[in-house]
Write a protein that binds this ligand. Structure first.
Ligand code: GTP
Ligand code: MG
Length: 242
């Protein structure tokens, strides 16, 4: 089939450098994530987390190796079908001038009002929206109401959820959320049964994941569960203790 049906993701000996540079930012990454599993990606700034993300929806293409989705090289999907099955929440939430409804429904113009609200509830932004002057019709973005960083992040998550993605990729999208709100969000995400990649700085988030990938300077420093990494990775232990 030409669309993503299950959401399995595999990186096979992936290396990557940006087109304008020959410095490799990812080197020989191999790992796989089964449908519905959560992978937490940790690593210091510049270690390659965002770069890794971009290779799945083909915002960039690998320089060497393969990224497989449901066992098929991402190069072999029609790109719009591939991207349709992947919800990417970028590191910097992007809102445009328009209503809350338009911002959540962006890219899925056939979304019903129930679907928009349900995505907002799961993204933990519904209560905030209800308190705005015109609720879902409130204009945001330039010349709209001011939203906090965390509120923008959650709107951006709602935008990804409304598409019911098979693969959800959150790039540090919960950094501005308090632990309680983040906990509720992660619980709601589980009901989507999508494969989830979550870049995070928080050990509490990583602990919940099926796998943790610790990147160090573009390579896999450690792979495993929280318990496994405590026993195998001095760098992970250092992060936990910091
Ligand atoms: P943080 O978001 O700061 O935590 O870092 P990250 O782990 O997401 O790192 P990222 O993948 O953004 O960057 C990895 C390396 O790629 C760094 O050395 C960056 O300077 C470099 N890099 C990132 N974006 C670009 C780009 O568009 N062009 C080029 N040439 N290099 C880039
Ligand atoms: Mg990044």
């Amino acid at each position: 089939s030409l669309t993503i049906s299950k959401g399995a993701v595999e990186f096979k000996n992936v290396s990557f450098h940006y087109p304008e540079s020959d410095v490799p930012v990812l080197r020989d990454l191999s790992f796989s994530v089964q449908p519905g599993e959560t992978l937490a990606i940790l690593g210091s700034t510049g270690s390659g987390k965002t770069s890794l993300f971009q290779l799945v929806p083909r915002l960039y293409d690998v320089t060497e190796g393969e990224v497989l989705v449901d066992g098929k090289n991402v190069m072999n999907y029609p790109i719009e079908k591939l991207r349709k099955g992947i919800g990417v929440v970028p590191q910097e939430a992007v809102l445009f001038t328009g209503s809350i409804t338009e911002n959540i429904g962006w890219g899925k113009e056939d979304a019903t009002s129930d679907e928009i609200i349900s995505a907002a509830v799961d993204a933990q932004i519904h209560e905030t929206v209800e308190k705005l002057p015109n609720q879902y019709d409130t204009r945001v973005g330039q010349r709209g109401v001011n939203l906090s960083g965390g509120q923008k992040q959650r709107l951006s998550i709602a935008r990804a959820l409304v598409r019911k993605p098979k693969i959800l990729m959150l790039d540090d999208s919960t950094s501005a959320l308090d632990l309680k709100t983040e906990g509720k969000l992660l619980k709601a995400l589980r009901t989507y049964s999508c494969t989830t990649f979550i870049i995070t700085q928080k050990i509490s988030t990583a602990m919940e994941a099926d796998h943790i990938l610790l990147l160090d300077d573009g390579t896999v420093e450690a792979w495993g569960t929280h318990e496994e990494l405590l026993n195998t990775s001095p760098l992970y232990v250092k992060i936990v203790q910091s």
